[in-house]
Write a protein that binds this ligand. Structure first.
Ligand SMILES: [Zn+2]
Length: 263
């Protein structure tokens, strides 16, 4: 808030703010601007952030799930002319996802219809904090794949190091990449069989030198999807790696403004 105040005052823009876009990990209720109960952010539980900023700055304030916002940004700036149906798979400390169908963000009837990180991929698996069992996030999120790496090599401390080593041909690092590729291929096959989108966009930590991982996942997915006789899926890495959260937050307001002009 201090930064917004400073920017508006220094540039004499008080009262001229187009709006404030806020993105956060889910679950959240974007319809009334409330962060619900995100893991690792307990202090934000049931906080209405849009009312707070609207009171301070008297402008439009929008809250959106960070993966939805990234999907909107990809749709608006990056690949809108190329694809109208795609899923952004945002893998870091958890797994978020954003779904664009026919050029529009799809959120389901209550705003939770795109949470592929909580798709069960093991019904004998552990209980997840979301209430489900064996969720994809419990296997393929970066902390969980790093937990697996400890069984192979205690020196593997972070994802980027493992990717770098795998690209040099390190056998143990390749094992880790293959394990992640296996999990992702199960998740993406399920997504493809339900939504039949044109492409999947990797975001988050997966974008780091992603060619090896993408090759492995594409090969497996294209052997598994129902539509394999008529199509092959090309997975791509997000081109928006610089300041993606800031850009996607600002884009919420810009899109909202442009929609207002067209009505
Ligand atoms: Zn879950």
């Amino acid at each position: 808030m201090i930064t917004i105040r400073k920017l508006t005052e220094e540039n004499e823009l008080l009262g001229e703010l187009l709006g404030i876009g806020i993105t956060a990990p889910g679950p959240l209720d974007s319809s009334n601007g409330t962060i619900l109960n995100p893991p690792n952010f307990d202090q934000w539980a049931l906080t209405n952030v849009t009312d707070y900023f609207r009171d301070k700055f008297d402008c439009t304030v929008l809250l959106e799930n960070n993966s939805n916002a990234l999907a909107l940004l990809e749709n608006f700036y990056s690949i809108n002319n190329q694809f109208k149906n795609f899923v952004v798979l945002n893998v870091d400390s958890g797994i978020g996802s954003g779904v664009i169908l026919n050029g529009q963000l799809y959120k389901g009837s209550s705003g939770f219809g795109n949470d592929f990180g909580h798709m069960s991929i093991n019904f004998h698996g552990e209980s997840c904090r979301c209430g489900n069992i064996g969720c994809a996030e419990l296997y393929a999120s970066i902390p969980n794949i790093l937990a697996f790496t400890k069984q192979i090599n205690h020196d593997f401390a972070d994802w980027n190091t493992i990717v770098d080593l795998a690209l040099t041909g390190d056998i143990q690092a390749l094992q880790v990449i293959e394990k992640e590729a296996f999990y992702l291929s199960v998740i993406i096959t399920n997504i493809m069989n339900i939504l039949d989108v044109e492409t999947i966009i990797f975001a988050g930590d997966l974008t780091y030198h992603s060619s090896l991982l993408i090759d492995l996942v594409e090969t497996q997915v294209n052997q598994q999807i129902i539509a394999r006789m008529v199509k092959q899926v090309n997975i791509i890495s997000s081109s928006i790696t610089y300041e993606a959260p800031v850009l996607s937050s600002a884009n919420l307001i810009l899109e909202h403004f442009l929609k207002g002009l067209s009505h």
